[in-house]
Ligand binder design. Structure first.
Ligand code: C2E
Ligand code: MG
Ligand code: MG
Ligand code: MG
Length: 279
């Protein structure tokens, strides 16, 4: 009896595993086709000066809309694109798009582009970035590249060399999602970052959790003592913004002050703003 039941369980897991693998394979197929079919687009979310609320820059965020699947979150498809290598052409496309759009803005805002560790490890990133800057005409000091801590753990020597080469081009580097990984202080000293972005999970706990407030405060103090600019991600309430302002946060990003918008919509509103300022 027990043996039979055991076999049933095994079969159940096998069937489930098989289904998951199949679904993964289908997602991978759709992803590969998506680039050629033009299903990807770029949205931009503003970052604001914490005190004045003026826009300082925009983060480029990848969007995928598939006729059958609808909108798929980058949190769901980026890991798959990384595993199957598609992140290399997709990352290159994203960099070109973001720089092209930013070069067309009527005001020289900085644009921030997220990079996968896979792009760092393969694909001669500094040469690629130099090429895209030359091709789009975007000044290097208007490009910021965001990386996560995973990169620094996996191959820190290689990452350091690549980061130094990127800095030599004149682009800026930001450490994204700070606080969720190992968050080692030695990374901050060792790698040439310009900016730290505090992960939204801490910001969203500001009103609820004294521990989160202490961590945010500590990250701000530490970042500033290392001469880094500090951005808070995921700011959704005035209370969060007030806390961040009191603790000398430099910059905020979040639904309270601005959601990600499609490139064309942002361009229209930037032109309108310039037109209004000149009228
Ligand atoms: P991220 O780089 O930390 O980007 C910020 C994410 O937080 C975005 O999610 C943004 O829409 C979301 N967000 C901003 N403000 C708020 C807020 O007030 N509340 C909440 N709940 N969320 C907020 P999104 O666009 O879904 O992207 C998720 C992640 O996918 C990004 O996190 C980034 O890690 C990755 N990603 C997006 N585009 C790219 C890309 O072009 N390349 C790579 N490698 N990764 C990307
Ligand atoms: Mg980011
Ligand atoms: Mg982030
Ligand atoms: Mg994040």
């Amino acid at each position: 009896r027990a043996k039979e039941a055991g076999r049933g369980v095994t079969c159940f897991f096998e069937a489930e595993m098989e289904e998951r693998l199949l679904e993964r394979g289908l997602l991978e197929q759709d992803l590969r086709a998506a680039l050629a079919k033009g299903e990807f687009s770029v949205s931009f979310q503003p970052l604001h000066n914490c005190g004045t609320r003026d826009v300082t820059s925009f983060e480029a965020l990848l969007r995928w809309e598939n006729p059958e699947r609808g909108k798929v979150s980058p949190a769901d498809f980026i890991p798959v694109a990384e595993e199957c290598g598609l992140i290399l052409p997709l990352g290159r496309w994203m960099l070109e798009q973001a720089c092209t759009v930013a070069a067309s803005w009527p005001h020289p805002y900085t644009v921030a582009v997220n990079l996968s560790p896979v792009q760092f490890q393969r694909g001669n990133l500094p040469a690629q970035v130099a090429e895209v800057l030359a091709q789009t005409g975007l000044p290097a000091n208007q490009l910021e590249l965001e990386v996560t801590e995973g990169l620094l753990i996996e191959d820190s020597e290689g990452a350091l060399a690549t980061m130094r080469a990127l800095k030599a081009l004149g682009v800026r580097l930001a450490l994204d999602d700070f606080g969720t990984g190992y968050s080692s202080l030695s990374y901050l000293r060792r790698f040439p970052f310009d900016k730290l972005k505090i992960d939204k999970s801490f910001i969203q706990a500001i009103e609820l959790d004294a521990g989160a407030r202490a961590i945010v405060d500590a990250i701000l103090a530490m970042g500033h003592s290392l001469n880094l600019r500090v951005t808070a991600e995921g700011v959704e309430t005035e209370e969060q913004l007030a806390f961040l302002l009191r603790h000398d946060c430099d910059e905020v990003q979040g639904f309270l002050l601005g959601r990600p918008v499609p490139a064309e919509q942002l361009c229209r509103s930037l032109r309108k703003k310039v037109g209004a300022a000149m009228a």
